[in-house]
Design a protein around this ligand. Structure first.
Ligand code: NAD
Length: 260
């Protein structure tokens, strides 16, 4: 159990983040969940998380493409939860195009959300973790943090980048009780991936289900999508004292995608 610990999970109204925040709530944490929805749109999720954690649940609708809102999110969490022990940098976006056609505005937006936001959130939260000599920084990178696919220059740059960022933070924090790690998922069936499946289905004039299997089997030897709550269980493990010596790692849960 992680009772007494306070966890912030960005991008947790949907997909992987929702699986992760659910597991932290089930582990008894006080949690801040976050997304772009209004407070009223997330009221049932808030109730569900509170029923799991039996403790306080707070929501933030901060736009993480904005550095000031990143800082404000940590300030809100610290005020409302009392402290932040665990930060999961999960919020992320995707855009695909060949590099010569990649819209400059999309590049900037993607790097802001996937890479710059984790920097702003980390730099704001880490001093209080150092003070208490305990902290967990968990960044949701991707198989695309280790290997590439075409048409994903911005995404691959952001995910390779977050792994380097996390490794450097891990060295700075070594011996302080604060760890920094990346989790690198393979395909997970979330809205972010469904939009890619819909594109394949249109382009190739095949059904959604056929496109879903085509996307998966091109990369993931297991032939199965990763479950968001299993990623959550992985993040919960990294937040236990048993994982105190796991730091600077980029840990895959990808059905064999990145096996050399
Ligand atoms: P998703 O689209 O289901 O959820 C993304 C979340 O991020 C949502 O809660 C959304 O509100 C939030 N978000 C998006 N833009 C934001 C912004 N500007 N400010 C604040 N919040 C914002 O996506 P997902 O598939 O669950 O992805 C979650 C993370 O996992 C991302 O970092 C993604 O790159 C990574 N990932 C996903 C997969 C996959 O197969 N789905 C694989 C590897 C890595």
């Amino acid at each position: 159990s992680l009772r007494g610990k306070c966890a912030v999970v960005t991008g947790s109204t949907s997909g992987i983040g929702r699986g992760i925040v659910t597991q932290f709530a089930k582990a008894g944490c006080r949690v801040l969940f976050h997304g772009l929805e209004s407070e009223s749109q997330v009221s049932s999720l808030k109730e569900e998380l509170a029923s799991f954690s039996k403790d306080k649940v707070v929501y933030s609708g901060a736009n993480l493409a904005d550095a000031e809102q990143c800082q404000a999110l940590i300030e809100l969490a610290t005020k409302e939860l009392g402290k932040v022990d665990i930060l999961v940098n999960n919020a992320g976006v995707q855009f695909t195009a060949p590099v010569q056609d990649f819209p400059v505005e999309k590049w900037k937006w993607l790097i802001d959300v996937n890479l710059n936001a984790p920097f702003h959130l980390t730099r704001t939260v880490i001093p209080q973790m150092y003070e208490r000599k305990w902290g967990r920084l968990i960044h949701i990178a991707s198989a695309h943090g280790k290997v590439a696919s075409k048409n994903k220059t911005a995404y691959c740059a952001s995910k390779h980048g977050i792994i380097g960022f996390s490794k450097s933070v891990a060295l700075e924090a070594a011996g302080t009780g604060v760890t920094s790690n990346c989790i690198c998922p393979g395909w997970v069936l979330t809205p972010l991936v469904k939009q890619q499946i819909e594109r394949i289905s249109k382009e190739k004039a095949i059904s959604f289900d056929a496109a879903k299997m085509e996307l998966l089997l091109e990369k993931q030897p297991s032939g199965e999508y990763v479950d968001p709550e299993d990623l959550g269980a992985f993040a919960v493990f990294l937040s236990t004292d048993a994982a105190s010596q796991v730091t600077g790692a980029a840990l895959s849960m990808d059905g064999g995608w990145t096996v050399p």
